[in-house]
Ligand binder design. Structure first.
Ligand SMILES: NC(=O)c1ccc[n+]([C@@H]2O[C@H](COP(=O)([O-])OP(=O)(O)OC[C@H]3O[C@@H](n4cnc5c(N)ncnc54)[C@H](OP(=O)(O)O)[C@@H]3O)[C@@H](O)[C@H]2O)c1
Length: 356
């Protein structure tokens, strides 16, 4: 009788405590759910906010550089969806065409054009600008997005270290060549895709071209992204009496092809897969600066996660921005002609001043 009771109790306990294989199975399921939920929350946090306004830009003329893939492609896709007359400025015509056809198919906007622009060649930049200026009477939004990161040391066609040459000098020349058209189309805007990597960067006055020492990420890339910010701030200052605004941004850490030149960083990319942003999420701050009406009158800021962030002192250094501008003019062979820069449609733009 006693034995019978003990067995009965044991059975009851088993039923209540889920002993044995079932208990293991349920415990594993429970922890899988917890991990999945935490991963989902982390993903949501790292994806960041999305640009939710529904404003359209039908007929507005937009150039996006480097938009056959990555952040640029997502930016181009959304701008086309909102009705832009979109010029895709890419170095590889075949890859650009494939992306263009996809964008047309997905947005049903036929006004998407494939134009060749190799920022590693000043003559290609000039040819692109010449053709664009002959084709279009206006330019409403210029997005300087293209970039390379942590490449092996290589020179552009014109002999510049390629991260400086592509990320900064090519865009510097392009923007200057298109500036009058932007002024004539005002209110218009320039958006520059920089990077938080600027924090590691310094403008190396004695070795801008990294001839004496080459450090792919912390040296040349970071310098080129700092140059993007100094350039944007100087532009904003020069354009303060026009209705052309210039702002720059960090898109976050985004899963794109940017790390293609560096196996070590590719390894990191795999590890950080969970905490990196999708290209669509990475395009949101660019879209915010390109689309939000408030940037018709707000210039010179640095943004991340659609928030304006303060800059470190070396990115606010006016003297350095002036030096870099003059040096860049010399390097790309640009002589600014003040007579050509007659301003139209003047309104007051608030230039963000946080230099110290
Ligand atoms: N991904 C990130 O985590 C991250 C973080 C901070 C900042 N950014 C910045 O975001 C921007 C976009 O990068 P992404 O992440 O989208 O990289 P991506 O996927 O590698 O795209 C870069 C784009 O730039 C183009 N490009 C490269 N060299 C060019 C040249 N010489 N002339 C014209 N186009 C050229 C590429 O064309 P091909 O495909 O033909 O090479 C590609 O379309 C870059 O400025 C980058 O510095 C990215």
């Amino acid at each position: 009788m006693d034995n019978f009771n003990v067995d009965n109790d044991r059975d009851q306990v088993k039923r209540l405590c889920f002993e044995g294989a079932w208990a293991w199975f349920l415990e594993i399921c429970f922890w899988c759910c917890v991990i999945a939920f935490v991963m989902y929350l982390l993903r949501r946090v790292f994806e960041g906010p999305f640009y939710r306004r529904t404003n359209r830009i039908d007929g507005k003329v937009v150039i996006v550089t480097g938009c056959n893939t990555g952040i640029g492609k997502e930016t181009a896709l959304e701008l086309a969806r909102r009705g832009a007359r979109l010029y895709m400025a890419c170095r590889d015509a075949a890859r650009c065409e494939a992306a263009r056809l996809e964008i047309i198919e997905r947005t049903q906007n036929p006004n998407v054009f494939n134009r060749t622009l190799d920022l590693a060649s000043l003559s290609s930049v000039r040819q692109f600008a010449e053709r664009f200026l002959a084709e279009e009477d206006r330019l409403d939004i210029l997005i300087n997005n293209a970039g390379v990161m942590a490449t092996p040391r290589k020179l552009t066609v014109d002999g510049f270290e390629q991260q400086l040459g592509i990320n900064h000098l090519g865009h510097f020349l392009l923007t200057n060549l298109l500036l009058d058209r932007l002024k004539k189309s005002a209110p218009s805007r320039i958006v520059v895709v920089s990077s938080a990597a600027y924090m590691f960067g310094r403008i190396n006055k004695n070795d801008l071209n990294s001839e004496k020492k080459y450090w792919p990420f912390f040296g040349a890339y970071a310098q080129s992204k700092l140059a993007n910010i100094l350039f944007t701030r100087k532009l904003a200052e020069l354009l303060k009496d026009t209705s052309v605004t210039a702002n720059c941004l960090h898109p976050g850490i985004v899963r794109t092809e940017l790390m293609r030149y560096n196996n070590c960083l590719c390894f990191l990319k795999t590890i950080f897969h969970l905490i990196t942003r999708s290209p669509k999420a990475g395009a949101q701050t660019t879209l915010y600066l390109a689309l939000d009406p408030k940037f018709d009158a707000l210039s010179g800021g640095y943004y991340e996660y659609m928030l304006r962030l303060p800059l470190l002192p070396w990115a606010r250094n006016k003297e350095m921005a002036n030096w870099l501008w003059e040096e860049s003019e010399k390097m790309v062979g640009l002589k600014h002609n003040d007579d050509e820069s007659k301003l139209t449609n003047i309104t007051t733009v608030q230039v963000i001043k946080d230099e110290q």
